[in-house]
Design a protein around this ligand. Structure first.
Ligand code: 8YV
Length: 311
């Protein structure tokens, strides 16, 4: 007999196809009457497969048989971990398999915002090269300092790449780590010491607006901000003001406060490179993330310990 699980949103199609083969999947996202749907499936649902969507205490309360929430993604800021812990519900995520991909995206953002490659391509496509001459000079990465805010496993993969580009590394974490990179005591000190800061912290209440006007001031007119973490980590109103007024040099952003309907002021900024949350979005990485999400569900329902437990 197949186990009943709830899908809160559509998942990567290859992953969802496997889930639908192995489990009785109830699609909450397709239900017109959410409360009625939950009431009908509540007696059987033992697991949730989520994809960055909200899993709050009310949803857990509506599912008294719930044993596990298996998230597709490393970030679990959309899941109420305290509520899960209180109810004895296991939460899993998909760490490590996306480190390289997200680190690649980070360096691409740094290259694009500092070297202005997207703008240079638009220049060429507009016919300006022949008409106006060479594209204006830009800024090198080599020799600059990259400040990593949140040096975890993804941060390490970013640091390795940045060093290969000739950059120096500093970092800030709540606790100093046993690494050779220079430690900055707080985000302001990190920004002051860096030409580029990269936000890699987890999202959630603890890191909300960790990059605020004070950090942007410390970064300064020549400094660049890269955010591949969560939109919530940056005070977006302040960031927009600083970009519009040229009080920082530029920003490379993969995440926003209100995804996917981001603040339209970002569309008109020439000093921002903006991506639609594609940090881990390759076939290879998404397949690996999906496989880990599935494996955690399989293991749990086979009575075995899961592989990547968060709580
Ligand atoms: C996913 C991510 O795109 O892993 C994460 O936390 O941000 C991305 O890899 C995201 O989980 C989808 O919501």
């Amino acid at each position: 007999m197949k186990t009943d699980i709830l899908l809160t949103t559509p998942i990567y199609e290859r992953t969802q196809a496997v889930l639908e083969k192995e489990f009785n999947c109830h699609k909450l996202f397709a239900a017109d009457d959410r409360a009625g749907f939950l009431k009908a499936v509540a007696p059987k649902v033992r697991g949730i497969a989520s994809f960055g969507s909200s899993v709050d205490a009310a949803l857990m309360d509506a599912l008294p048989k719930l044993e596990i929430v298996s998230n597709f993604g490393v970030g679990v800021d959309s899941i109420d971990l305290a509520a899960a812990k209180k109810r004895g519900v296991i939460v899993t995520n998909t760490p490590d398999v996306l480190n390289d991909c997200v680190a690649d995206t980070t360096l691409a953002l740094a290259l694009n915002v500092m070297r202005r490659f997207p703008q240079a391509e638009t220049y060429l496509r507009s016919g300006f090269w022949g008409a106006r001459g060479a594209y204006p000079l830009t800024t090198s990465l080599g020799g600059k300092t990259m400040g990593i805010l949140g040096l975890g496993r993804i941060g390490e993969a970013i640091a390795q790449r940045a060093q290969a580009f000739g950059m120096k590394i500093q970092y800030h974490n709540r606790n100093k780590k046993d690494v050779s990179y220079v430690y900055a005591r707080d985000p302001v000190a990190l920004a002051r010491a860096s030409d580029v800061i990269v936000v890699v912290t987890p999202g959630g209440a603890g890191t909300r607006h960790i990059v605020d006007a004070r950090v942007l001031d410390a970064l300064g007119r020549e400094g660049y901000l890269i955010n591949i973490s969560r939109g919530s980590t940056v005070d977006e109103a302040a960031l927009l003001r600083y970009l519009q007024e040229g009080r920082i040099a530029g920003a490379g952003l993969d995440v926003f406060e209100n995804e996917p309907n981001i603040d339209p002021r970002f569309f008109c900024l020439d000093n921002a490179v903006v991506l639609p949350h594609v940090g881990s979005a390759t076939v290879e990485t998404r397949t690996a993330m999906g496989n880990l999400q599935i494996e955690n569900l399989r293991l749990h329902f086979a009575g075995k310990p899961v592989r990547t437990r968060v709580v």
